[in-house]
Design a protein around this ligand. Structure first.
Ligand SMILES: Cc1cc2nc3c(=O)[nH]c(=O)nc-3n(C[C@H](O)[C@H](O)[C@H](O)COP(=O)(O)O)c2cc1C
Length: 327
């Protein structure tokens, strides 16, 4: 049996399979179940900035949000039952009931409503804080620089308030991702999650109104985070976590080999069962044994070793492939 112990953000994990922020981790029972199934750590469901705002009786905080009107209403309602106070309780309960790192998550569009709250998260015992930052450029005035600076400011605001390890979970839509990641590290983050998977918009052809698209990922979606972690992990000094498209033990292996410290899983736990966590851990273990790796650490980042992966060639290969396909 290979050694699966892993560190992430300076925390000790029994293995690198982490359950990501989703409905499962919104309740103590879900947290307990995935930990029993073998999860190395748990990221709690995000507390949305609007929920904090609602509990404080505020009416602002939606500007620049990635959420349309109905979502705002939903979040206001959610804020009444699942507000910041019960979130702190969930952190405390999760810490009491389990012995794995518990990572809190906040979905934020500005720093101001919850910088204080980040301190309360720390006091409640969370082991780290994941900032799920979804800034949607909806105006024609805002520039890429402004959006990116806003991102760094949020991180600096939080960093100045808490000592907790900080992680930023990003979406994939950046023109110059390497620089954004580098600047986030300079602003004080300890880890980056690539990528968040945004609400999938569809259209109801009868009512001609927006409808939710398929909520869950497939293994096919792993290619994008794999590419970026493969490119960035050898060059940027922070931990990387792969989220989106990890469905099998081999997907976990590929993520580790690309250089990820951990993987985060959500969709596959909805489309299969919560106990699929055990399968992922066992399959990772079997692969390490079969391939002669004594531990996860020795397999990590193998892609970059011995010049097996030249990111510069990737774009060229893509171009050549497109031409070959056209022929
Ligand atoms: C039902 C559901 C709820 C989610 N809620 C959150 C959330 O509150 N915060 C967050 O950062 N990500 C949330 N996500 C995104 C997941 O954490 C994850 O990043 C995404 O689903 C991609 O991983 P996957 O391919 O394993 O599903 C949610 C995903 C699902 C399916």
């Amino acid at each position: 049996m290979a050694e699966l112990k892993t560190t992430y953000l300076g925390l000790n994990l029994r293995n690198p399979v982490v359950v990501s922020s989703c409905e499962i981790t919104n309740r103590i029972n879900g947290v307990k179940q995935v930990v029993e199934a073998g999860a190395g750590a748990v990221v709690l469901k995000s507390l949305f900035e609007e929920q904090i705002n609602t509990e404080l009786g505020g009416s602002q905080g939606f500007s620049g949000s990635a959420f349309p009107d109905e979502a705002e209403l939903y979040l206001r309602e959610l804020g009444k039952t699942h507000g910041p106070k019960s979130y702190l309780d969930l952190i405390r309960q999760s810490k009491e009931a389990t012995d794995v790192p518990i990572i809190a998550s906040v979905n934020c569009i500005s720093g101001r409503w919850w910088v204080d709250y980040a301190r309360q998260i720390e006091e409640a015992g969370a082991d780290a804080l994941e900032l799920n930052i979804a800034l949607m450029p909806l105006t024609f005035e805002e520039t890429a620089d402004q959006i990116e600076n806003h991102l760094y400011q949020i991180v600096r605001d939080v960093r100045s308030q808490v000592k907790l390890p900080l992680v930023v979970k990003l979406g994939p839509y950046f023109t110059a991702l390497p620089r954004v990641v580098q600047n986030l590290v300079a602003a004080g983050v300890n880890g980056i999650v690539l990528f968040n998977r945004f609400y999938q918009l569809d259209i109801d052809p009868e009512t001609l109104s927006p409808a939710p698209g398929y909520q869950y990922s497939t293994s096919q979606e792993l290619h994008l985070p794999l590419r970026w972690v493969g490119i960035l992990a050898p060059k940027v000094s922070c931990d990387f976590s792969i989220s989106t498209g990890v469905h099998s033990g081999l997907d976990v292996v590929k993520s580790i080999v690309a250089g990820a410290q951990i993987v985060q899983v959500a969709s596959v736990l909805f489309t299969r069962k919560l106990t699929h966590v055990t399968t992922l851990v066992n399959e990772l273990n079997a692969w390490l044994d079969e391939h002669g790796y004594k531990n996860v650490e020795s397999a990590r980042g193998q892609l970059a070793k011995a010049g097996k992966f030249q990111p510069e060639e990737l774009e060229r290969m893509q171009y050549v492939q497109a031409l070959a396909g056209a022929r």
